[in-house]
Design a protein. Structure first.
Lengths: 488, 177
């Protein structure tokens, strides 16, 4: 298969050797799990359980609401001890509505009928079952997979690109999953093809994972529809738009969707979750998480229940050697700093990264931009990070937008390449957030105007009604008087 | 009787004509900038700016007597819009901080329903003698309701930060980029 190239990109040190040879281990069930009701893009789920209720493993905890949403399920059996705010795995340290479940240690599954043969089901039904299992994009996008599949089927996507590139440094969870559970992934891919009604699938793996390539190739030997493609290692080859470009040579139009090119990208972890949901009727209640970084005593790949605390995962890996200089959820390029270790892992958590000061490149003190243009060379989206950050700094949000802020995928290549260590991505995140805040405020101003007018109209109507009533009373009085006069 | 009707009619016609003439010849040319600015202001006439209503505020703005940050209910959006309109620079920090919205302490609300009558956006709901509540989406923090509440259970409070609306702050570097 002919491969194409994408513009820009960088070569950060892989650091995958820390955990790549660690087979997936199952995290012993923590005594308490904190399952946030919102772990996906879209509307939050609403709790359907009550405090004190006993639940089985796999039982529904939160029901999705509206079109773009996803349910959450109990990762083990036990008792619900709280429903309320709990710190989210988010840099702000703000809380999210969360269901707290105390494990009874029995890990007993909800009894389910064996699922029917998925290939006998309608594609729409397959997608619906994927939705009911609470499956969201496991590569970190967190978008509900069923919605993505249904939309792509309507858009007549012809190729499913299965993302096993794992270009993010340090991360090895997809690598291990492909090495250890290749057949299940391939089965998941076939099921997704059925849901999509698309003719073929391509599994893309970076060339730094030869074992995963070999295992995946062996697993789809008899599958005419599915092909394994080895792509060169360069960050961010595993980003959806860049992957599509590598496979097809097509660029996603500015402001457009990947499916405009006829290709839909899903992560290998998602394919695995689809297999579990449709073959074994298991909702998404656990995932593979890479716990690594120079500050972790024994880096590992863990299969951990959703809602386990970062603390639990770190403890199972021997704890941190010395206080980590930075704790991230996700990889060093696109991961987010955590407010502490008392936060739960969620469906989109691919890794926990505890970095030492020596590993932290961005800790270097920033200095002014020298306009060297390295950020421009590095940007895979063909943007001009130096111009965008300049405008963001001066709060010229429209200016930043005119330079393509909306197309920035926050990959961090520019900040990585910048010799002045300018936190470019933070400027973009700031500008994006400020833009959204502005839109919300404008919306509110419009709404206020409408409410004011409504009230004004109501007052006028009330005034009129009063006047009419008064007139009527007057008329009645006059009539009564006249009648009285006539009889007199 | 006829004399009375006639004299009153004549008086009415004469006065009306006089008023009509006055309206035509003695009209005060209203400043177009003033009007445009008034359109931008919330229009709730709450008086928090220290001017007699939004019209007064608009005039002060148009004549350069007031700062673009004068109107608390307008929030940062209004500040930016006014700054763009009047061509002045605003210091980004001068209007930061979370917006203030009205909140009712349910423990002390007696359901007097005074507040609901004052609210220009109908943000306060509740039947008489029942505990009232403020719809946070509709409240603009004008504070008109605060003064009429007899038990002081109605206060303007800063909006708690939420995950949905949180975003990264601007990096604070001591130099230009
Ligand atoms: S790489 Fe850094 S220093 Fe060079 S132009 Fe971009 S922002 Fe400026
Ligand atoms: S973070 Fe945005 S601007 Fe920077 S390299 Fe990535 S896409 Fe380009
Ligand atoms: S503070 Fe704003 S809304 Fe209130 S009277 Fe002044 S201009 Fe109008
Ligand atoms: S609730 Fe009070 S502060 Fe809010 S808009 Fe109404 S009157 Fe103003």
């Amino acid at each position: 298969m002919k491969l194409f190239d994408f513009w820009g990109g960088v070569h950060p040190a892989g650091q995958k050797h820390l955990s790549a040879e660690q087979a997936i281990q199952i995290l012993p069930m923590p005594s308490r799990l904190h399952v946030p009701l919102q772990q996906h893009t879209g509307r939050s789920a609403v709790a359907v359980v009550k405090v004190g209720q006993t639940v089985r493993k796999g039982e529904l905890l939160g029901q999705e609401q509206g079109g773009v949403s996803a349910p959450v399920h109990a990762p083990t059996s036990g008792v619900i001890t709280a429903i309320g705010d709990f710190t989210a795995p988010h840099v702000s340290g703000l809380p999210l509505p969360t269901v707290t479940l105390e494990s009874d240690g029995e890990d007993r599954w909800l009894e389910q009928e064996p699922p029917p043969d998925p290939f006998a089901l309608e594609p729409e039904e397959v997608a619906a079952r994927i939705g009911e299992a609470g499956i969201v994009g496991m590569g970190g996008a967190n978008f509900p997979s069923a919605v993505k599949l249904s939309k792509a089927r309507q858009a007549r996507v012809h190729t499913l690109a299965v993302n096993g590139a794992e270009c993010e440094p340090y991360m090895t969870c997809d690598d291990r999953l492909m090495r250890e559970r290749a057949e299940h992934i391939v089965d998941g891919v076939r099921l997704m093809l059925h849901a999509l009604q698309a003719p073929n699938a391509v599994i893309a793996i970076e060339d730094n994972k030869p074992e995963a390539v070999a295992r995946m190739k062996a697993a789809c030997q008899n599958e005419g529809q599915i092909r394994v493609v080895v792509v060169p290692s360069r960050y961010p080859a595993g980003s959806a738009k860049q992957l599509i470009q590598i496979l097809t040579g097509l660029e996603t139009p500015a402001g457009g969707r990947g499916t405009d090119t006829g290709v839909l990208v899903h992560n290998v972890g998602t394919a695995y979750a689809v297999h579990r949901a449709l073959r074994q009727a298991r909702p998404l209640i656990s995932r593979i998480v890479t716990v690594t970084g120079g500050a972790v005593a024994e880096p590992k790949n863990l299969e951990a229940p959703i809602g386990a605390l970062v603390e639990d995962l770190l403890a199972f890996c021997g704890g941190t050697t010395d206080a980590p200089a930075r704790l991230l959820m996700g990889g060093p390029m696109m991961g987010h700093p955590l407010p502490g270790t008392q936060v739960p892992i969620v469906k989109g958590t691919n890794g926990i990264l505890a970095l030492t000061a020596a590993e932290l490149r961005l800790a270097a003190t920033p200095s002014p931009c020298i306009r060297c243009g390295r950020c421009v060379e590095a940007c895979p989206m063909g943007l001009m990070p130096l111009e965008m950050s300049k405008r963001a700094r001066h709060d010229d949000l429209d200016g930043a937008q005119a330079f393509g802020l909306i197309d920035c995928i926050s990959c961090g290549s520019c900040a990585f390449a910048c010799p002045s260590h300018i936190p470019l991505v933070q400027y973009f995140e700031y500008a994006r957030g400020a833009l959204e805040a502005r839109q919300r405020a404008e919306q509110k101003a419009r709404e206020t105007r409408r409410l004011l007018e409504q009230r004004q109209a109501r007052l006028v109507r009330a005034e009129q009604a009063k006047a009419e009533a008064a007139a009527r009373r007057q008329a009645e009085k006059r009539q009564a008087r006249m009648k009285g006069g006539a009889t007199a | 009787m006829i004399a009375a009707v006639l004299s009153l009619t004549l008086l009415g016609v004469a006065l009306g004509w006089g008023l009509g003439l006055a309206a035509r010849y003695l009209r005060v040319e209203s400043n177009p900038v003033h009007e445009e600015i008034q359109q931008m202001l919330p229009g709730v006439n709450c008086g928090q700016c220290g001017y007699p209503g939004c019209s007064g505020a608009a005039e002060a703005l148009a004549t350069g007597k007031a700062s673009v940050t004068l109107c608390p209910p307008g929030g940062p959006t209004l500040v930016q819009a006014l700054a763009a309109k009047l061509g002045v620079a605003v210091d980004g920090a001068s209007h930061s901080g979370p917006p203030l919205l009205a909140r009712i302490d349910e423990a002390t609300c007696i359901g007097c329903a005074h507040c609901g009558k004052r609210c220009p956006t109908d943000a306060i709901i509740g039947a008489p003698k029942q505990i009232h509540g403020v719809m946070q989406d509709a409240c603009i923090g004008c504070g008109l309701c605060v003064d009429v509440c007899p038990t002081e259970c109605l206060q303007l409070r800063p909006v708690a930060p939420a995950l949905k609306t949180w975003h990264w702050p601007k990096p604070a570097l001591g130099f230009g980029v």
